[in-house]
Design a protein around this ligand. Structure first.
Ligand code: ADP
Length: 698
């Protein structure tokens, strides 16, 4: 007797649908449509595997709607193995195409017939607003299309009756991040990675020549990529469709560049969304910006149109984990859809899987485009949401060449900025933003060097606008960050320096040590008046283990570094059967291991929250041995550095090697990969590699 699969664990993420009304669906189809985007494969893999796990048969519809209209071998059932090794691939392995036939009723009628021939009762569509609109129309017309097919004699009434409805669930695949119903579309994060990489490369060349670069990024109706890339790369001017610049903006832009040069800026970046408009609704092209700079500044700016580069390369960590979560939730949703339920869009909101009515989101998305067309820009900006507007305002400030003069009566404070705990990527960007936003409000921004120790020694430095120039792309911590313990006697010295510097507020960017330090100051405030000041902590650590935030500064970069290394390992290992036991950082928190495991398709993650037992290890050895015996070529185990005190990474690799024995014809090698940042370097050392490589005969 077949035991039913255990229930999926995503119920909590998606509000439980009314299962009593839902009709049991046994076959679903999945297609990717419209422009491709990185992360579509992760969503596909999740839908296939979650579907199989839930007892469904999952059919891929190759080449989007074109394949649905064509039928035949364009609609094929996928197995668990068919979606192996696709997580790290860009684009979509089932293809995406635009289909003119699907716009027509006969085309959709043929598509319906093809689905029925495969007994498909539910559709998961991953695409942009066009694809989702088409899917909704198809679903609405479903009964009518079947009636027409029966009338034409191409479908029996019996078969039509057996397929009274088509369940539909949508996910947004688009690099533009232009859809309502989700905070992030599948592919937008990777596109941002590509833009930032490209601009970083351009900037290094621009700095040696004192140049201005005009960079065009995608986004026909949405300035998200340009705006976020502007923040992430320290752009000096931004043009987006939602907020065309005021008349006479050309003068302001040229003056900004002139002032920037006077202040010592060596390069300028002008970020242009491909759909950027002026106040009259005319397209603002890179060529126009270039011509303007040439005429008014006598400067030959360089134009870079990033184009398809933005869709290229491997998906980022986020574009693997987020679509994976959405894919699982989509299966939950479709398996429980009742006939009269509105189709849902599965997206992400505030870091949680979120479902909302599909067509309402499509309508809102179209509404923004209409508002832009009608030159109602304030409304268009508002519809983009608070985070978008805030990001825009922040960029408008940090890209200035100098702070604006303080307004009369503006309350001016002396704010000290410092790190506590070790460095994390992104700390410099946070300091840059804090310094500039503070200076622009008329405050004095004091940097404390070398963390808590520096504070005890009075190492203050007054920051200027240009002090943080270029910090946006720098790793580490320019102010200095360390984990040196504080002594009791230090508090008196700290109080003395805070008084001497007349510090009104303390801003700590750091990890747990920062939290503890803030707490200690707060505890002492009754006896030490100098500590009666506002203290703020901005969580920054790669471990993502701090309370009060879901993602800490630095964790995303660490994750992306891990997956890049693991991708390379897996690629190299494909030729021979190999299994890697990769150790990652995380201290007492398994976030990096768990998320990196999800993003790289690991077989097993060992995390401190769960610990490791002998029974676990025995079962895992058995499971992996079976997989290798069945033809598996690459295995991956991710172990958090503190998953267990005794079952170390080396131990696990040795154990698997020794205990996995049995079938000498399909040997797998086990490599233990240490967690520290020099892991890639160690890997290239052949001696070290030889000593860490172990042969395992399964
Ligand atoms: P995106 O999904 O990225 O917005 P498109 O707008 O090009 O991309 O749509 C992709 C495909 O979806 C189209 O080629 C067409 O087959 C189908 N489609 C889009 N809009 C509709 C519609 N209104 N009716 C029927 N099919 C549509």
């Amino acid at each position: 007797m077949n035991t039913p699969p255990p229930p999926l664990s995503w119920e909590a993420a998606v509000a439980a649908p009314d299962t009593a009304r839902a009709r049991k669906i046994s076959r679903i189809g999945i297609l990717t449509s419209g422009g491709d985007s990185q992360g579509m494969n992760a969503a596909l893999r999740a839908v296939v595997r979650a579907g199989i796990h839930a007892g469904l048969q999952v059919y891929a519809i190759y080449e989007g709607y074109q394949g649905m209209v064509q039928g035949g071998d364009k609609i094929r059932r996928l197995t668990w193995q068919d979606v192996s090794g696709i997580l790290q691939q860009g684009g979509t392995v089932i293809g995406s195409a635009r289909s003119s036939e699907f716009y027509t009723r006969p085309g959709r009628r043929q598509a319906a017939l093809n689905l029925i021939q495969h007994d498909i009762e539910g559709l998961v569509v991953i695409g942009g607003d066009g694809s989702l609109t088409g899917a909704n129309l198809f679903r609405q017309e479903w009964s009518a299309l079947l009636r027409e097919l029966v009338a034409e004699g191409r479908l029996t009434q019996e078969l039509a009756d057996a397929h009274p409805q088509l369940a539909l669930v949508g996910m947004v695949g688009s690099i533009d991040n232009d859809m309502f119903g989700t905070d992030m579309t599948i592919g937008a994060d990777t596109a941002l990675h590509r833009i930032v990489e490209a601009v970083d490369n351009i900037t290094s060349s621009a700095a040696s020549h004192q140049r201005t670069f005009i960079v065009e990024v995608m986004g026909r109706h949405c300035g998200y990529l340009a705006l976020m890339a502007g923040l992430a790369t320290g752009a000096n001017w931004l043009l987006i469709p939602e907020f065309p610049p005021e008349e006479g903006w050309e003068d302001v832009m040229c003056e900004t560049i002139r002032a920037g040069r006077r202040a010592g800026r060596r390069h300028h970046i002008i970020m242009v969304a491909e759909g950027a408009l002026d106040r009259g609704g005319k397209l603002l092209t890179c060529d126009y910006v270039k011509k303007t700079l040439s005429e008014r500044l006598r400067e030959e700016a360089r134009v870079t149109i990033l184009g398809h580069v933005q869709r290229g390369g491997a998906p980022s960590a986020f574009d693997r984990t987020m679509p994976t979560q959405l894919g699982y939730a989509a299966v939950e949703q479709i398996a429980h859809t009742a006939p009269d339920d509105e189709p849902q869009l599965i997206g992400i909101r505030d870091n949680r899987v979120h479902r909302s009515p599909l067509m309402e989101n499509v309508r809102k998305t179209h509404r923004v485009a209409e508002l832009i067309k009608a030159e109602q820009y304030a409304e268009a900006m508002n519809m983009r949401g608070r985070a978008f507007v805030e990001a825009y305002q922040i960029l408008q400030t940090v890209m200035l060449a100098q702070p604006r003069p303080p307004k009369p009566g503006q309350h001016q404070l002396r704010i000290a900025l410092m790190h506590a705990d070790g460095p994390a990527p992104g700390m410099n960007t946070a300091v840059r933003a804090a310094v500039r936003l503070g200076l622009d409000k008329g405050h004095t921004m004091l940097a404390v060097q070398d963390g808590i120790e520096g504070l005890a020694r009075g190492k203050f430095k007054e920051m200027q606008w240009t002090s943080v120039h270029g910090w946006v792309a720098r790793g580490g911590a320019e102010l200095g960050a360390n984990r040196r313990e504080i002594q009791e006697s230090d508090y008196a010295r700290i109080a003395e320096h805070l008084r001497a510097q007349r510090v009104d507020g303390l801003f700590i960017i750091g990890g747990w040590m920062g939290y503890q330090f803030a707490y200690q100051l707060h505890q002492r405030r009754e006896h030490t008046p100098e500590f009666r000041l506002p203290i703020m902590c901005l969580p920054a650590t790669i471990n993502n283990d701090l309370p009060g935030t879901e993602v800490t500064i630095g964790a995303d970069t660490a994750l992306n570094t891990i997956i890049q290394v693991v991708d390379k390992l897996k690629e190299a290992a494909l030729a021979a059967r190999r299994c890697f036991v990769v150790e990652v950082m995380g201290y007492e928190c398994g976030y990096l291991a768990l998320t990196a495991g999800m993003a790289t398709g690991a077989e097993r993650m060992y995390i401190p929250e769960e610990g490791i037992t002998l029974d676990d290890l025995r079962a895992d050895v058995e499971r992996l041995a079976t997989s290798f015996r069945r033809g598996k070529r690459v295995g991956l185990i991710v172990r958090s550095e503190r998953a267990d005190m005794y079952y170390t990474t080396d131990f696990i690799a040795t154990l698997f090697e020794r205990e996995g024995g049995g079938c000498s014809t399909c040997g797998a090698r086990f490599w233990a990969i240490p967690s520290k940042a020099d892991a890639p370097r160690r890997l290239t050392g052949s001696k070290r590699r030889a000593s860490r490589e172990r042969r395992c005969n399964f």
